[in-house]
Design a protein. Structure first.
Length: 732
């Protein structure tokens, strides 16, 4: 059987390739031959453009064979086949994979290989050696940039844009300039070196400044990638090589005789990468504070933002209608000068002034100008006329008036110009966090929600959501009143955009100035940092607020704080295997920051017992173990005492839970079989701990003068004060 005939047999019925030049697939809503595809993944449609730059003024669509090979890689990756372990099932994963395929093509071009099929094993190995560095570093983006700067007059990229305004608008075409340097347009703003140069060029050649970084997180071109990033690069390259080997008649422009990266080789590559650094799992108390403040944010700002938006948009449209010949961007500035939106804060946020419809941007610090403004304001307060002040400063009275107004502005010292779109994004981030936690769903499942997903029956509220990865079906989940409120707010917030675009998605944002443009695209990862800073969640760590963090937090709260069973948790998480459910609630040692915090606290508690008494109650097995440790300690130096108990805890991988009678070690693997309260696969019943269970239990470590207490907010949620607890039990 030929390779093509074998491919046809393997891919049916997912892909119909009876016409190899025009394959048909239910996930591909466009013609295969089009250069912009519409794909439907995870119940959501999106566009993927193949009109991308490969090298200096070289585009993918100019090479038909290579273009078709890349298209086949994408199409094969979104369908299950024997070459890959699983299909890429979301917009984010397929876009990232597409980017990594382009990265491989560009890297081969640097070695003089225009057709990747001609890449040798040595070339691929050299390519993988660079995984520890950033894409920008390996493709020499900065070198290309500087070479272009030395030989180019940047004025040729500045164009006069047609506007309704009488004043000309010069716009700098950054995309055209980057194409000339062979730098992908969608990647430059990730790197601080490129971003800073580009910002300065825009400021120099445009008559109207723009903020171009888009709020994206920037890093140095020369940064060392983390182990996780290296693993993703390895996985993407192996996927490409396996597909090229199994389907050589479809993926014709990629090597089919090059070996994939082995696990042993992968470990060597990751060993050269950076460790995870300060990006860590979110401790319980940080996650708890974040969720509680998000609840407060939604309840405080939700309806208020919609009211302010409706009022501002109506007034702005009236202004535009009264001045039809003027540019809408100019009118938006005029509108906010006269009608800034004041949003009063709550306990964890400050009152702010919204000064534009767009994004929040940092103000440029100009101490010299501030000094001039202060001097002008003082002269005016002393009775000097505007005209005399303007003469002294050699400027106009209008400028002096603006200086004085800005100087006297109570929000003048705010480091940001707050944008209404950004505040609305904050609301979306807060709602996504709440929905991820209270429904235990993944981010992609939450952001694919549609209007009308809520329903109410006699048994309560229900929300229809997609279940990815396992069952891959739409299912109904029980919902609290808070979830209902969040969905109602999203439905109101997105109504104008949904009506305009005939799209019922609940995570999109209307454009206030360019009404006919596509809505803003919401991405949690792009918005979370500004939101967390806004609500006062800051720490020395860059906490990894991922979807599994919310699911894990849900699991811990459900089992340890609400007394839920493992079978019920398995159902809520929609797991097919209870072993996976246990992965979500087990206590990690060492690397898990929350567990490390807890253990440090327990070391302190046991060392305190040693200092006060010198011994432990030997009436239980765990008590005897700690008392033996106490008797072996010959030094009373505090650090040595703590190290002795830390060694016992670490050697036995002890997990402590607090009860009214002392510390319980029942959830420790070594001791769990001896717990009186554990049956089968359950956890120790610390939520329902009582004398009936704990009296005589060998896993209870009794302490003198023990008082049940919070250690770093790790124990039960307080029903009287916790917004999480109140939101969970409120059904109406």
């Amino acid at each position: 059987m030929s390779a093509l005939a074998l491919a046809v047999k393997q891919l049916q019925p997912q892909i119909d390739i009876s016409d190899i030049g025009h394959p048909v697939c239910s996930k591909l809503k466009s013609d295969f031959r089009e250069n912009t595809w519409t794909l439907e993944l995870d119940g959501k449609e999106f566009d993927l453009s193949f009109d991308v730059i490969l090298d200096t003024n070289v585009y993918l669509i100019e090479d038909e064979d290579l273009l078709n090979s890349v298209k086949w890689l994408v199409l094969l990756s979104i369908n299950e086949n024997k070459a890959t372990k699983s299909a890429l099932s979301t917009q984010k994963t397929i876009e990232k994979y597409f980017g990594k395929v382009l990265y491989f093509i560009r890297a081969m071009r640097l070695q003089g290989i225009s057709n990747p099929k001609n890449a040798t094993q040595r070339m691929v190995d050299d390519f993988t050696e660079g995984f520890k560095h950033t894409v920008g570093h390996n493709l020499d983006f900065l070198g290309r940039y500087m070479k272009l700067a030395e030989s180019t007059d940047f004025r040729k990229y500045a164009y006069i844009r047609e506007t309704d305004s009488t004043s000309p608008w010069v716009e700098f075409s950054l995309s055209e300039m980057l194409a000339g340097a062979g730098i992908p347009v969608n990647i430059w703003r990730r790197y601080s070196e490129l971003s800073q140069i580009s910002e300065s060029l825009i400021s120099k050649y445009e008559t109207r400044g723009r903020s171009s970084n888009g709020g994206e997180k920037q890093s140095s071109l020369h940064a060392i990638n983390t182990e996780g990033t290296v693993q993703k690069e390895i996985s993407a390259l192996n996927r490409t090589l396996r597909l090229a080997k199994r389907f050589p008649d479809l993926v014709t422009c990629f090597p089919n005789d090059v070996a994939v990266i082995s696990n042993a080789r992968g470990r060597i590559l990751k060993a050269e990468a950076a460790k995870s650094g300060k990006t860590a799992d979110v401790p319980f108390h940080v996650m708890k504070n974040t969720i509680e403040r998000s609840i407060e944010f939604v309840m405080h700002y939700g309806k208020l933002l919609i009211e302010k938006r409706d009022e501002a948009v109506q007034q702005f449209e009236d202004l535009c209608a009264s001045k039809p010949s003027q540019n809408r961007s100019d009118l938006a500035k005029e509108f906010f000068r006269k009608n800034p939106i004041i949003l009063n804060g709550f306990e964890h946020t400050k009152t702010i002034k919204v000064t534009n419809f767009q994004r929040t941007v940092y103000k440029k610090a100009d101490e010299a100008k501030k000094a001039l403004m202060e001097k002008a304001a003082k002269l005016h307060d002393d009775g000097e006329s505007m005209a005399n002040i303007a003469t002294e400063f050699k400027t106009t009275t209008g400028t002096i008036s603006r200086w004085i107004r800005d100087h006297n502005d109570p929000f003048g010292n705010d480091s940001r110009n707050h944008g209404f779109t950004t505040i609305c994004y904050h609301l979306m981030v807060a709602i996504e966090m709440i929905l991820c936690f209270f429904t235990a769903r993944r981010s992609a499942e939450v952001t694919s929600l549609k209007a009308g997903c809520m329903s109410t029956t006699e048994s309560g509220h229900w929300i229809q959501m997609y279940v990815a990865k396992t069952y891959r079906v739409n299912d109904n989940f029980t919902a609290t009143n808070l979830i209902k409120v969040c969905i109602e707010i999203l439905e109101e917030l997105t109504l104008p955009s949904r009506l305009q675009n005939d799209d019922e998605s609940l995570f999109q944002m209307q454009r206030f100035i360019g009404k006919d443009e596509k809505p803003f695209k919401y991405e949690f990862k792009d918005q979370k940092s500004q939101y967390l800073e806004f609500i006062g969640i800051s720490d020395e760590y860059n906490w990894n607020f991922s979807e599994h963090q919310f699911r894990r937090f849900f699991s811990v709260v459900f089992v340890n704080h609400f007394g839920g069973s493992m079978n019920a948790l398995k159902y809520h998480l929609r797991h097919t295997d209870v072993a996976m459910t246990f992965e979500y609630i087990k206590r990690e040692s060492g690397a898990d920051t929350a567990s490390a915090d807890r253990r440090a606290a327990m070391v302190e508690v046991t060392a305190e017992q040693h200092r006060k008494n010198g011994r432990f109650d030997r009436s239980t097995s765990i008590g005897k173990e700690f008392d033996d440790c106490a008797q072996a300690i010959t030094s009373m130096h505090p650090k040595r005492v703590e190290k002795s108990y830390a060694r016992v805890i670490e050697d036995n991988d002890i997990v402590f839970e607090m009860t009214e009678d002392g510390l319980c070690v029942g959830n420790t693997k070594k001791y769990r079989d001896a717990s009186k309260c554990i049956k089968g696969d359950e956890l120790a019943h610390t939520f329902k701990a009582c004398s009936e269970f704990c009296d005589g239990c060998p896993n209870l470590l009794r302490l003198d003068n023990w008082k049940f207490r919070n250690v770093d907010d790790q124990c039960l949620l307080n029903p009287e004060s916790s917004p999480i607890f109140q939101a969970a039990v409120a059904q109406r």
